[in-house]
Design a protein. Structure first.
Length: 76
């Protein structure tokens, strides 16, 4: 999970950068671009964690945990 932690730290830096951009009232297009980059990074990290957790549950044949995860991701 060290790779996930590293990804999240990078995302945190992106978000802090976004805050600074908004505080400095930078160009809207730049801000939106940075938002999209941070969102994509977070989505990719989420998919990685989700995939690993589901694989882990399936390998242990833990249908209860799989069911809980499926309920969580269907609550959009």
């Amino acid at each position: 999970m060290e790779d996930v932690i590293l990804r999240l730290k990078k995302i945190s830096g992106q978000v802090q950068g976004l805050v600074r951009m908004i505080e400095r009232e930078e160009e809207c297009e730049k801000i939106v671009t940075q938002f999209q980059a941070a969102k994509a990074a977070l989505d990719n990290t989420y998919s990685l964690v989700l995939s690993r957790n589901l694989q882990n549950c399936l390998s242990r044949q833990d249908s209860e945990s799989v069911e809980k995860i499926l309920k969580l991701i269907s609550k959009k």
